[in-house]
Design a protein around this ligand. Structure first.
Ligand code: YXS
Length: 258
């Protein structure tokens, strides 16, 4: 069974997450999203919509925890499939709209935030959960969150690991539109059509200009190495092992800060 459903309607492509396990982002699922994006690029589609199955209670449960390494290796390296798909969306030559219904967890929040716009159903939420699992989120991932949301909401989401409503996220500038669930599809299609009517060349250039400018963050080699050493402290820690183990054993983790 396909883990994503790729559909084309005129100039608009739709990629639907379709993994039975609450759309947990396994390498296989992420590769299927990447393939769908590549095919849609070849068809010169003008807008892509990324969504979950209609009526989904969970848009995506985030990174597949069972695929997070526990052998002292950095769990979120440059070539981790989630890192690759975030870059693929950011580099895709046309706008990608995340159409959210249900709850969004962990790395799936960054996946949605790496899209160009987010349209969410009123009853949807987002929770960024590394602190709940003892995971050392990586530098470009944190930067991607900072590009779309201010420090206050980012710190609250990272420090509490608790779901935040779509309404609050729209008030914080993270989500573009919050609509009643029954209007989600039609509203998103209308928004996509507004972009289809504009110049694809200008949209492609503007999207890449904004990506380059938003990524222009001066960081010294010293600063980069400090961040990497802090992250190693985490993924080498007992807390990281405990976070993953507790999730897989379906129990609350007992963190000891080491
Ligand atoms: O017991 P079975 O075999 O049916 O499996 C259960 C869950 O164990 C499984 N599952 C997952 N498996 C791998 N990775 C996941 N992220 C994941 N989430 C869930 O799916 C089956 C159904 O889950 P269940 O029974 O809990 O469903 P539910 O409807 O009661 O609750 C749905 C959720 C999403 C609220 C719940 O599954 C949940 O809280 N999942 C974990 C969400 C989360 O913390 N995700 C972060 C993953 S780590 C990540 O994304 C980044 C690395 S970071 O942490 O840094 O942000």
């Amino acid at each position: 069974m396909s883990l994503v459903i790729a559909e084309v309607n005129g100039a608009i492509g739709t990629i639907t997450l379709n993994r039975p396990k609450v759309n947990a982002l396994s390498g296989e699922l992420l590769e299927e999203i990447a393939s769908a994006l590549t095919e849609m690029k070849a068809q010169n589609l003008r807008v892509i919509i990324l969504r979950a199955q209609r009526g989904a209670k969970v848009f995506s449960a985030g990174h597949d925890v069972a695929e997070l390494p526990t052998n002292g290796r950095d769990p979120l390296t440059y070539n981790d499939p989630l890192r690759q798909i975030v870059r693929a969306i950011q580099l895709h030559p046309c706008p990608v709209i995340a159409m959210i219904e249900g709850s969004v967890w962990g790395g799936a929040c960054e996946l949605a935030m790496s899209c160009d716009l987010i349209v969410a159903a009123q009853n949807s939420t987002m929770a960024i959960t590394p602190a709940r699992l003892g995971v050392p989120y990586n530098l470009s991932g944190i930067l991607n969150l900072m590009k779309v949301a201010g420090m206050p909401i980012i710190k609250e989401m990272l420090f509490t690991a608790r779901p935040v409503t779509a309404q609050r996220l729209m008030e914080s500038g993270v989500i573009n539109h919050v609509v009643p669930p029954e209007e989600l599809e039609s509203f998103t299609q209308q928004l996509a059509m507004q972009m289809v009517e504009t110049s694809p060349l200008v949209l492609r250039i503007l999207k890449e200009e904004l990506r380059v400018l938003a990524s222009a963050h001066p960081i010294t080699p010293d600063g980069y190495e400090r961040i990497q050493s802090l992250r190693r402290e985490v993924y080498d820690s007992e807390d990281y092992q405990e976070g993953i183990r507790a999730f897989l054993e379906k129990r609350k983790p007992e963190f000891h800060g080491r």
